[in-house]
Design a protein around this ligand. Sequence first.
Ligand SMILES: NC(=O)N[C@@H](CC(=O)O)C(=O)O
Ligand SMILES: [Zn+2]
Ligand SMILES: [Zn+2]
Length: 345
Amino acid sequence: MSQTLILRRPDDWHLHLRDGAMLRAVLPETARHFARAIVMPNLVPPVVTSGDARAYRDRILAALPEGADFTPLMTLYLTENTDPEDVAAAHAAGLITAVKLYPAGATTNSASGVRDFDAVRPVLDRMAEIGLPLCVHGEVTDPATDIFDREAVFIDRVLDPIRRATPGLRVVMEHITTSQGVDYVGSQDRDLAATITTHHLVINRNHMLAGGIRPHYYCLPVAKREEHRLALRAAATGGDRRFFLGTDSAPHTDPLKENACGCAGCFTAPNTLSILAHVFEDEGALDRLEGFASLHGSAFYGLPPNETRITLTRGAPVHYPARIETGEGPVTVFDPGFPLHWHVT
Ligand SMILES: NC(=O)N[C@@H](CC(=O)O)C(=O)O
Ligand SMILES: [Zn+2]
Ligand SMILES: [Zn+2]
């Protein structure tokens, strides 16, 4: 017997769309299922001013397939030179939904990020005043901190002090990967939330490293031990409104992934919803999928939920392409390692 789930159309609260030919290839994969997405600003060069955000938004809208119903929600890349007034004006004009903090050197295209957190204090103060959320890539970057500990150390050493010094600042910890991330969000008030990716609900570090190195499972923050994956699954499927979907779908071409120094990022846009339905079914939480994918994020950002619906139907295995072609080369689609049965229409 086939089983059907009807959900409000989901949103993706953390997405990389890139630019140019890559943008044109990956955007339809998200627009097919999602109504809105927070678009990350880590282009080269990054999206740092309101003018950059407006121009990037226009390029995204121009790349949308005919008839697509998709709204990009823009972000600014926080640098030590960001002008608080430019941020406030972009917010007041409805141009941006958040500002993104990358510690310099933490991840893909983060070289223009923040080294000295005191240098961005005026921007953070202004954001707290106007209620504009800060999205955070939460990892320290000092070489002495083990890569598997970088998120937990960031919470204690950077994030908690910033939040204490900036009362009222609304923060989203992006792509949390640890039980410490889950616990920190759970212990705080409604000004703090977290996105969780699809892939971190599926893989732990063994999937990436045991029995051969699998570069398509390499992303940042890097997948952790199994106990952390289980904590993320409990948070995502537990119904707490502070946790919501941000796929962090992050396309890189195969030659850049399958490389002696491979890029970080998993491309999950095409099959994310089928995988999530599988995960929520496994956890006996299909009734909570709509909250995680379609309701909690918009509530945090103060936006109305989408009025349109998608239908998930459980049936014969559904096949997604192993990779998509882009004008820049092939991009491998994340392989969850199990057959998918949930069709999305
Ligand atoms: N997640 C990743 O591994 N990569 C992202 C950057 C990021 O979100 O940290 C990318 O832009 O490729
Ligand atoms: Zn990141
Ligand atoms: Zn990302």
